[in-house]
Design a protein around this ligand. Structure first.
Ligand code: HEM
Ligand SMILES: N=C(Nc1cccc(CNC[C@@H]2CCCN2)c1)c1cccs1
Length: 351
């Protein structure tokens, strides 16, 4: 832990222009804390910078240009599930900001809290005798919520409750008041029949299942949000055959012959679904980025990093968008997938 603390302190002091002698004093303090208690407590400044650098080091993220503008909320002092629930509602409200989404992370006490949700807002999924209703990705977690007593409406877009567990205790479940959840109905700029699908999606993606690692300290509950790239919703969440599987129905309404692959009916339906997603979010003034703009922003990130004398690391397979990947510069170059810390990592499931 001391070595990881030293490595991080070097980055923190060097990149923020803090004096070297202060770093040495701080390192003595940290070494004493570790020798005495087996761990150390980071200052809010250290934590804030660490969370930003962790974003900068996230190899799968195309949105890293804005890494320095992350809002970091320090909630390490909270001790009860109720306080944590309140802090999560504050996060949702602050990040949503009536649609002008603010990239934000809330950091809770290391190792003592787990949030069982994959994302703070996500739709439930139900196995029924005639297929799955809602989001197939959520079926397992939905069953857990129902076993914990959650009353579900068994509809296609039911927002799941928050499940918060303090170490050593049973998890507690909290419904999110619906006025906290901003959603966007999906409509198409030209095809009026698109409304008949009654599709919608939530405005803000807030990942709550990953851990933040900074300077040897692991924060197992540190939910973070950005805004969506349109393809996440239009080319995966609503399109995948094992998600909302909308392509056949859209192609049908477009009058395409779905018997012949060569007519590219899937591709035409995909493009129109993505046009609809971007159109709907923009018309409702909810932040979103198309994959072409996102790739251009990522190019600027690469240039900035080079100018800062840092090597950019990345995971090519995740960085290319799922539609028209070869129309972006990313497709045409390799990326070094070296894992640096600070960073965000997967962690073992709490259930
Ligand atoms: C501001 C707008 C942002 C956009 C448009 C964006 C875009 C994306 C996209 C499209 C992915 C791939 C997700 C997938 O395919 O499932 C991704 C992954 C990721 N992003 Fe970003 N991002 C943004 C902000 C952030 C922020 C604020 C953080 C953390 C502070 C972050 C951390 C990550 C991480 C850790 C992954 C990899 C997730 C995994 O391994 O499953 N991103 N991002
Ligand atoms: N735009 C976003 N998308 C995003 C980022 C990280 C992780 C995810 C969810 N990825 C998991 C899904 C499910 C399997 C493959 N993709 C989405 C952001 C979410 C939080 C900050 S940015």
């Amino acid at each position: 832990m001391l070595n990881e603390a030293k490595e991080f302190l070097n980055i923190f002091y060097e990149e923020t222009g803090r004096p070297n002698n202060e770093m040495l004093d701080r390192l003595v303090e940290i070494e004493q804390q570790i020798n005495k208690q087996g761990f150390y407590e980071q200052t809010t400044d250290e934590l804030e910078y660490g969370a930003k650098v962790a974003w900068r080091n996230s190899n799968k993220c195309i949105g890293r240009l804005f890494w320095q503008s992350l809002h970091v909320i320090d909630k390490r002092h909270l001790r009860t599930e109720e306080e944590i629930f309140e802090a999560l509602l504050e996060h949702i409200q602050f990040a949503t900001n009536k649609g002008r989404i603010r990239p934000t992370i809330t950091v809770f006490s290391p190792h003592s809290v787990r949030i069982w949700n994959h994302q703070l807002v996500r739709y439930a999924g139900y196995e029924t005798e005639n297929g799955i209703v809602g989001d197939p990705d959520s079926v397992t977690f939905t069953e857990i919520c129902e076993n914990l007593g959650w009353e579900s409406k068994r509809g296609p877009f039911d927002v799941l409750p928050l499940v918060i567990q303090m170490s050593g205790k049973k998890p507690k479940m909290f419904d999110i008041p619906k006025e906290h959840v901003l959603e966007v109905p999906i409509r198409h700029p030209e095809y009026n029949w698109f409304d008949d699908f009654q599709l919608k999606w939530y405005a803000v993606p807030m990942i709550s299942s990953m851990k933040l690692e900074v300077g040897g300290i692991t924060y197992a509950a540190a939910p973070f949000n950005g805004w969506y790239m349109g393809t996440e919703i239009g080319a995966r969440n609503l399109a995948d055959s094992d998600r909302y599987n909308m392509l056949p129905s859209i192609a049908e309404r477009m009058g395409l012959n779905t018997k012949s692959n060569a007519l590219l009916w899937k591709d035409r339906a995909l493009v129109e679904l993505n046009v609809a997603v971007l159109h709907s979010y923009k018309e409702d003034s909810v932040s979103i980025v198309d994959h072409h703009t996102a790739a251009q922003q990522f190019k600027r990130f690469e240039t900035n990093e080079k100018d800062a004398g840092r090597d950019v690391t990345g995971n090519w397979a995740w960085l290319i968008p799922p539609i028209s990947p070869a129309t972006t510069h990313i497709f045409h170059k390799p990326y070094d997938n070296e894992k640096k810390t600070p960073n965000y990592f997967y962690q073992k499931s709490p259930y």
